[in-house]
Design a protein around this ligand. Sequence first.
Ligand code: NDP
Length: 413
Amino acid sequence: MQRTVETAHQAPQRPKPDLGRVPKRVTVLGATGSIGASTLDMVARNGGTIEVVAVTAHTNVKSLADCARQCRADRAVIGDPELYGQLKDALSGSEVEPAAGVDALIEAAQMPVDCTIAAIVGAAGLKPTIAAVRGGGRLALANKECLVSAGDVFMQEVARAGCELVPVDSEHSAAFQILQEADAESIEKITLTASGGPFREWSLERIQNATREQALNHPNWSMGAKITVDSATMMNKGLELIEALHLFSVETDKLGMLVHPQSIVHCLVSFVDGTVLAQLAEPDMRTPIAVALSWPRRMAAPTKKLDLAEVSQLTFEAADEVRFPAIRVAREAMERGGTAPAVLNAANEIAVAAFLAGRIKVPDIAALVGETLNRSEGRGLVTEASCIDSVLDCDANARLIAQELLTDGDIVA
Ligand code: NDP
């Protein structure tokens, strides 16, 4: 049988990826944070082709004013209304319009853009992010707590608005890229990888006495304080399972995790025919940010290029739920469904803040979250989530219960 060989000369001309097609107008919610800074770095490297409409922060006036001036944003919004005067002074002489307060955050999130990068930390990001969903344009979602707290209700808003949602979390960005055009029945398992954090090899006794500095010393990623502590307790992976559940609409038993200390493989998807597809990249959030900005095209990112010979070893191990009980607590909340994940998230935010303030130890975090879930269930707080306001009510009540437990010293790790 004759075979035709395609030579370079005869090969059909394939279109080159259009590296220049990135959004023209973006808003960055949480611009002063780690994801915000990485996003603005990508914007700056695009030689003025991306216009920044609005940048926001919570209390960090100086950093907000600096970044707003640098990226020549139209508007800078500080969440704390008391700080309006300081922001106005810090922006004087520039063309950036200052604004303050939660309503101003929501208004800024609704300004028409091609893409909003949702990078506020915590459930505080829920209202502005929903406003961005309703405002139109693509949503590049980093704020996983939105999906954990409001899951179904959030995704209904996304569907109603016809919003194009692209995940920024590296594991979900990986799954998003792998799953393009995969039909649901062909997926056997989505496995998110976890670095294992700073305590991966620590004994339970050693974790018991870990300090704030040790928890904040992540081996692979440079991130904000809250997610870094979540990585140390591995609550982060639990939150990410819930995030994946909503993003990819799979059954809970099709979601898994594997500890992979090198953080090179971000997600593996196993298909029914035995194929496993993985996405690999150096651990640098500018890669998933680039994906979220330019998908389905590819824009250049200034990240270290992956050299597998240099990495040499990719290792995987099962996650240990005895030393990292937050994984089990999160999985149980995911399986319970309804507002249980909103309670989980609220209690975790209180617990992480208490840990960072030196009030509790690492193992107390999962214990506080677990007990808040028990008490919330007992008080009838865990119900179906009907709308954003009901999620926010549940979030507020769960915070009160967690605070109560903290004040009473009722946590047994
Ligand atoms: P940071 O703590 O570094 O930044 C948080 C940002 O949110 C800051 O701009 C902060 O403003 C703002 N903010 C905090 N509280 C409020 C509030 N109440 N109202 C309005 N704005 C607020 O967080 P990260 O950048 O690390 O993370 C952001 C989100 O992205 C989180 O949901 C995280 O889980 C997710 N993510 C982060 C990754 C990372 O590599 N960092 C990786 C994957 C996901 P101010 O500076 O004034 O406090």
